[in-house]
Each structure stands twice: as C-alpha cells, then as structure tokens.
Design a protein around this ligand. Structure first.
Ligand SMILES: NC(=O)c1ccc[n+]([C@@H]2O[C@H](COP(=O)([O-])OP(=O)(O)OC[C@H]3O[C@@H](n4cnc5c(N)ncnc54)[C@H](OP(=O)(O)O)[C@@H]3O)[C@@H](O)[C@H]2O)c1
Length: 261
C-alpha cells in the first residue's frame, strides 16, 4: 500500500485534504511545522487507528527539509504514491518594504521546497509506473498582482513546473495536476495581512478545493479550477489586453492591508 504525503496539513486546505483521505482510510504522512496540531488532527480523524498516519514536523523554510522528509519515509519504508504540495503563504504589501527574510522564506516554502520534494519522490513513483502529484497554486499565479507580487510569482512557478511535469510524466503513469483556487476561508489571509472581505470576489471553503482536486486527479486534468468563477477569471484573460488583466487583478485583490508594512 502506498502513502499520501501532504504538506501544509496542519490547517486550512491541507487539513481538509488530510480529513478527506482519512475518510477514505488512506495511509498518510502529514507535514507542517506545528507538530502538536498535526498530532491532534491525526487523533481526531483516525480515532480507531485504521489508517497508518505519520507526523513529520518540518519547517519547509529550511532548504534541507525536503531531504529530511524523504529520509523519514525511506527509513520507515513508506512508499509515497501521492504528494499533495499544499504548504504555502503570502504577504500583502508594498514590495519595497517587504522584509528580506520574509521574501526568502516565501520563495523557499512556496517554490523550492515543493520542487525538491517532488524530485526526491519521483524516481520511486516512476519505478512503480504509478503516482500522483497535486500542487496547490492560485488564480493569482496567472498574472502579476500588485502588492502581492512575490506571492503571485511563486504561484506562477508552481503552474509552469506542474505544466511541464504533467507533459513529461503522462506516459510514465504519473498524474500531475495544479489546483488554482480563488479566495478560500482559511488562516492564510491573516498571515498574509490581507482582507478578503474588501474584495468583491466570493470566499469558498476548503472542501470545494479538495473535491475539485481529487476529481481532477482521477481524470489527470492539468489545471483544476475549484469554482466556475476561478475558471472564468483565467479564461477571459485570453480576450483582453495584458495591462487590463493586471489592472483587474490589482482591483480584485484585497488591497487594504495592515498599516506599518
Ligand atoms: N486561502 C486562500 O484564499 C488560497 C487561495 C489560493 C491558494 N491558496 C494556497 O493554498 C495553500 C494552503 O493555504 P491555506 O489557505 O490552507 O492557508 P493556511 O491555513 O495558512 O495553511 C498553510 C499551511 O502551510 C503550512 N506552512 C506554512 N509555512 C510552512 C513552513 N515554513 N514549513 C512547513 N509548513 C508550512 C502551515 O502549517 P504550519 O504553520 O503548522 O507550519 C499550514 O498547514 C497555500 O499554498 C496557499 O498559497 C490559498
């Protein structure tokens, strides 16, 4: 039996993935910094211990963490059949005042960690001629977003890497999907210091993302848009000038961010 590895499993969308896979009695490796939250979650969703759930507390901001996660699985002979790269965060605010350590951490967690993690586990999946990768991006990754510039750029990275891997791996039995949600009701916005209630766009719940992602994985659908609106916002970009796309993105983003940043 293979395991599902979920990063960012302690809260929000990743936690919802973990709950859904627990309902399906899947064996899992859960990754996030907060070990206590992961342990509470494992106990809550798997009270009878039917599934084999491992907690691998790691800070993906540390460049060595993907290797440690890989070693953790290898030493315990946990064969990873599905990776869900969900860990990520953003900061809203003027780029010139963004703390340099936050900038570097965001690049590391949102892009480098997932890219290296996939690289570690991919040979095992290819050897099995079976595997899946779900990468969580955002509608924000389809264009630059003023005052969310680095976050949007990291999400673009996830989209283009996923597109390349989808094409490269489709004949090797590996499914690769990239999920592109709009606003989802999680703790993300508090950490990002942004206010979705200041956007005219609706806010969905994490279950909508998880349902769409699993459906997309089964069909090996490259781009997964959890709602029709997410799809429409990206699809319409084909028919308008790029500058209009950028202006619209800046308008739709919750631009009122906390003062002092
Ligand atoms: N919410 C939205 O509106 C929205 C929209 C589009 C895309 N997304 C994407 O969805 C993904 C999940 O976000 P969410 O909305 O569920 O937010 P969330 O509730 O804040 O969850 C973020 C997860 O990432 C983990 N994480 C953050 N930094 C980490 C680090 N350095 N090392 C390890 N784990 C780390 C957190 O765990 P710990 O704090 O315990 O480490 C947490 O489990 C992100 O990639 C985000 O960009 C969110």
């Amino acid at each position: 039996m293979s395991y599902t590895l979920i990063t960012g499993a302690s809260t929000g969308i990743g936690r919802e993935f973990a709950r859904e896979f627990a309902r399906r009695k899947s064996d899992m490796v859960l990754v996030a910094r907060s070990e206590s939250r992961l342990r509470e979650l494992a106990a809550e969703m798997n009270p009878s211990g039917i599934a084999d759930i491992h907690i691998c507390a790691e800070d993906l901001g540390d460049p060595d963490s993907p290797r440690r996660i890989y070693d953790y699985c290898r030493e315990r002979e946990l064969k990873i059949g599905l990776i869900i790269n969900c860990a990520g965060f953003g900061f809203a605010g003027a780029y010139d005042s963004m703390p340099l350590e936050d900038l570097q951490e965001m690049i590391q967690v949102n892009t480098a960690a997932m890219a290296v993690l996939i690289r570690h586990f991919l040979p095992g999946m290819i050897a099995e001629k079976n595997g899946g990768i779900i990468n969580i991006s955002s509608v924000g990754g389809f264009q630059g977003v003023a005052r969310l510039g680095l976050y949007a750029a990291t999400k673009s990275f996830i989209i283009t890497l996923s597109e390349a891997l989808h094409e490269e791996l489709k004949d090797k039995g590996i499914k690769v999907v990239v999920v592109c949600p709009g606003y989802i009701d999680t703790g993300f916005h508090t950490r990002a210091r942004q206010y979705p209630e200041h956007s005219i766009l609706p806010v969905s719940n994490p279950a909508v993302v998880v349902k769409a992602a699993i459906k997309g994985l089964l069909k090996n659908k490259l781009h997964v848009f959890p709602t029709f609106l997410d799809f429409t916002l990206v699809f319409l970009q084909r028919f308008v000038p790029r500058m209009s796309v950028l202006k619209t993105a800046a308008f739709l983003a919750p631009l009122k961010y906390k003062r002092g940043f």
